[in-house]
Design a protein around this ligand. Structure first.
Ligand code: UTP
Length: 301
């Protein structure tokens, strides 16, 4: 990535991380704890996502929260008592790591009083975002991309084309009914000029196998669209329906991002993310590999 691109990507200064869903697939763990606070190895999913935003040059993060609001706010705040106790016990390095979380970025938390859908969650950030383009990173979708952060890739495309852009990933035909699906003209270099986007199409009706993944860079004109948006699939105010309107009025791009994506809101996706991130850790890799080899050898399919 050139220095011009880095600077361009930095023009997206703010992002929204919706984390106010009910997390019903992870009950009972999510009865009192938001699913975005469940750990991948030893770090909450949400922290990885905030770190991705920071790596892309984002300066202000708006977390949309519902139940368990204090767990999110406390995690990104200074843990004075815990830090002081750790320092008194000589655990300086660990205390410094905790302080670094509090110093990561400016975070504003906004309450979504009822989980009316992802489109509604994004709309809740309107007054904090104001009149500028912004990123959206779903709080349970992880993109591991060491070269260039997922949201940074979209910010770069936004700056090049001055048009809303959403992350796309190819999925098998058998899974298209689980995602928002987009179709359109391939402009090359992973960029798609979208002409059709639909939320969770019925089996056999998907316009393509390009699934919408939880990263977006949007203009502020999405807000009045979401405000007028009626409920869609599942009785929720769907962001995808708002994007379909934006596509018709201003145009919409898709970008086949680089990197590995994990759906941490799904149990198998969550377990895969834990294994993948643990295998990257020198302190855990050896023991885990030994166990995985043993499991593969002894477990029946
Ligand atoms: P999901 O549909 O995956 O989250 O929304 P959910 O509804 O919590 O999950 P299940 O199906 O009940 O397990 C994607 C993201 O949007 C947020 C969620 O917190 C998640 O990060 N979201 C969803 C909101 O913030 N508000 C909503 O009203 C809906």
């Amino acid at each position: 990535m050139s220095s011009t691109d880095t600077k361009a990507a930095k023009l997206i200064r703010k992002c929204v991380i919706p984390a106010a869903g009910l997390g019903t697939r992870f009950l009972p763990a999510t009865k009192a704890v938001p699913k975005e606070m469940l750990p991948i190895v030893d770090t909450p999913t949400l922290q990885y996502i905030v770190e991705e935003a920071v790596a892309a040059g984002i300066e202000d993060v708006v977390v949309i929260n519902g139940r368990g609001k204090s767990a999110i706010e406390d995690h990104f705040d200074i843990g004075f008592e815990l830090e002081t106790t750790m320092r008194a016990r000589g655990k300086t390095a660990e205390a410094d790591k905790l302080r670094a979380i509090a110093n990561l970025v400016r975070i504003v938390s906004v309450r979504q009083k009822e989980p009316l859908g992802l489109g509604h969650a994004v709309l809740c950030a309107r007054s904090v975002i104001g009149n500028e383009p912004f990123g959206v990173l779903l709080g349970d979708d992880m993109i591991d991309s060491p070269e260039e952060p997922g949201i940074g890739q979209l910010a770069r495309i936004y700056q090049q084309h001055q048009k809303a852009v959403i992350a796309l990933m190819e999925v098998p035909d058998s899974e298209t009914h689980l995602y928002g699906i987009a179709a359109g003209k391939d402009l090359g270099n992973g960029v798609i000029q979208i002409d059709h986007v639909v939320e969770k199409p019925k089996k056999g009706t998907a316009p393509s196998n390009l699934a919408v993944i939880g990263r977006y860079v949007l203009p502020p004109s999405i807000f009045p669209i979401l405000e007028k948006q009626t409920t869609g699939v599942g009785g929720e105010i769907q962001l995808t329906d708002g994007l379909a309107t934006l596509q018709k009025t201003e145009g919409l791009l898709g970008y086949k991002f680089q990197g590995q994506r994990y759906d941490a809101g799904d149990k198998v996706g969550y377990l895969k993310a834990n294994i993948a991130y643990a295998l990257k850790r020198p302190d855990l890799r050896g023991g885990l590999m030994e166990y995985l080899r043993e499991v593969v050898k002894t477990e029946k399919p």
